[in-house]
Ligand binder design. Structure first.
Ligand code: FA5
Ligand code: MG
Length: 512
């Protein structure tokens, strides 16, 4: 069955299963009424998504709440903070060196998302508890790296940026959401094309053209560590890896400094109520602190993550590294070597705009959406008037993006509720039954599925094993809070009861 409306991008073939999460305040009441009848239907035999119909199978695990997010594409909505953040970063990686891809389909093959990147078959990221499967061969991309191999094969430019919505079954809190947006960046050099075939020399020469900065960066580890962060010795010399790493880090540092400079500028031209919000680094008088730490990805080596000090804790904003040479080789461009990164746009937008809760990005409330304007004014007047140095450092060529800090419209009360249950005593999954016995992400998904964006946080409070029976008990605290209104106690209780019922129905637990 195919629905006529393409705006409703996705529909189940026969019926919908699981829940439909409504995200605007107006729809919340209807949503509370509807929850009674949504959880009884069976899985359809096919899913129609856009113009394509996909057969479902025992791997299919996508709830309607996720299907509803597919057409939103926040990174393309003109004045949305995710889109503004994307454009700000894009301005530092420009054509003709970098081509920007912003409309690649979120539906990719398991081969694109995992195999092409060298994920081992037993990698936890492949499991149904972590990834949304349309069917055994097809997933919602879990990262923008899913498009690396195809974009290398296109070979249309030395570099590229890919911005897109990505999907992960994940924990619930203020900086994690099952749909978020990433930006992938890569820059390659062709051994046959650089002068004298000297990649290191060519990369260092290109690095000279990047903006310099005076920001403090902690980077205590050597570029290469034989065990923790190895050189791809058959493909790169030590000098090449050093040059590529330096170019990668300088390129990213320039972007990070630009972002924090914009955040500072926004705070200077902002109202006292926005300033008093504690959620933004922009209000801090401290110099910006960032650090490089060693990391591991199957598709880069050596690899790093960049962390930013935010509200007293180190927040990871991106992963990156030197591209595993198997990727360009398999893509038919074996002479190209280079670097790649993948960053979380929400994490950066939260810092940039002072947005305290990741759910706000999905709000359709005008009090949220109307706050973010069009970029493009000249920076000169702001810089002269304020006399700022850029976020603890200086950088060339900054312009004013007209970034405005988010002014919280209200903080509505939280309603915490606990649910405790016994896990069933289960056996291991078999090839005919890919469902693993129990995974915390299943609990999270049921909570999110029932509570939608009314759930601010869900955490395990305690667990214990009963002596004798060996039965395991878990207790979760769920914090319900609307971003748009005060929730009525009985509505929260209805939701919470439904969460308990669904835990019993779908996971076979026994409530305590
Ligand atoms: C990756 O996804 C790699 N593909 C990144 C990469 C690309 C490495 C290219 C090397 C080369 P990771 O799972 O760490 O890595 O996610 C990257 C970023 O996405 C994180 O640093 C974080 O900023 C953001 N992120 C991850 N999970 C979430 C989430 N649930 N909600 C919001 N942002 C998230
Ligand atoms: Mg990470």
């Amino acid at each position: 069955m195919r629905l006529k409306s393409t705006a409703r991008f996705i529909r189940a073939a026969q019926c919908r299963w699981n829940s439909s999460i409504s995200r605007s305040a107006r729809q919340e009441n209807q949503f509370l009424k509807d929850i009674q009848c949504r959880h009884s239907s069976t899985k359809p035999s096919a899913l129609t998504i856009g113009n394509e119909t996909y057969p479902t199978d025992s791997w299919t695990n996508i709830p309607d709440s996720i299907l509803d997010a597919l057409p939103r594409r926040l990174h393309l909505q003109p004045s949305h903070p995710i889109s503004l953040t994307r454009r700000l970063i894009e301005s530092r990686f420009q054509s003709p060196t970098y081509i920007h891809h912003n409309t690649l389909s979120p539906i990719v093959s398991v081969a694109q998302n995992f195999d092409s990147l060298g994920f081992p078959l037993d990698h936890p990221g492949r499991s149904r508890t972590d990834t949304y499967y349309i069917n055994a061969a097809t997933v919602l991309r879990t990262h923008t790296s899913a498009h690396q191999a195809d974009t290398f094969a296109l070979n249309a430019s030395p570099g590229f940026l890919i911005s897109a919505d990505v999907y992960r079954r994940d924990a619930i809190d203020r900086s994690h959401y099952p749909v978020f947006h990433q930006m992938e960046g890569a820059r390659m050099w062709d051994r046959r094309k650089v002068l004298g075939g000297d990649i290191a020399k060519a990369v260092w020469a290109d690095l000279e053209t990047l903006p310099t900065h005076s920001m403090q960066v902690s980077d205590p580890n050597p570029t290469i560590h034989p065990d923790r962060n190895p050189l791809q010795a058959t493909h790169h010399t030590h000098e090449e890896a050093e040059a590529l790493a330096a170019h990668l880090k300088r390129s990213i540092e320039a972007v990070v400094l630009e972002i924090f400079t914009q955040a500072r500028l926004a705070s200077l031209s902002t109202t006292p109520s926005a300033k008093s919000s504690s959620s933004s680094i922009a209000t801090s008088e401290e110099p910006l602190q960032i650090r490089w730490i060693e990391a591991y990805f199957p598709f880069t080596s050596p690899s790093w993550e960049l962390e930013v000090l935010w509200q007293g804790t180190w927040l990871e904003v991106l992963g990156c590294g030197i591209v595993q040479q198997t990727l360009p080789i398999n893509a038919g461009v074996p002479d190209q070597v280079g670097w790649a990164f993948g960053l979380g746009l929400e994490r950066i937008a939260m810092l940039l705009f002072g947005i305290p809760d990741i759910r706000l990005f999905w709000s359709k409330d005008e009090r949220f959406l109307s706050q973010f304007g069009e970029p493009g004014r000249s920076l000169d007047h702001v810089e002269k008037r304020a006399g700022v140095s850029a976020a603890g450092g200086t950088i060339e060529g900054i312009r004013d993006w007209g970034i405005k800090r988010f002014v919280p419209f209200s903080k509505y009360p939280a309603s915490p509720r606990d649910v405790a249950f016994w896990l069933p005593l289960t056996s291991s999954p078999t090839s005919s039954n890919p469902n693993p016995p129990f995974h915390e992400n299943d609990v999270m998904e049921i909570i999110r599925d029932i509570g939608g964006d009314l759930v601010e946080d869900a955490q395990m409070l305690d667990d214990f094993v009963q002596k004798g029976t060996g039965r395991k008990s878990l207790c979760y605290r769920i914090v319900y809070r609307s971003l748009e209104r005060t929730l009525r106690g009985e509505d929260v209780s209805d939701l919470h009861t439904k969460v308990g019922e669904e835990l019993v129905r779908r996971l076979g637990v026994a409530l305590r």
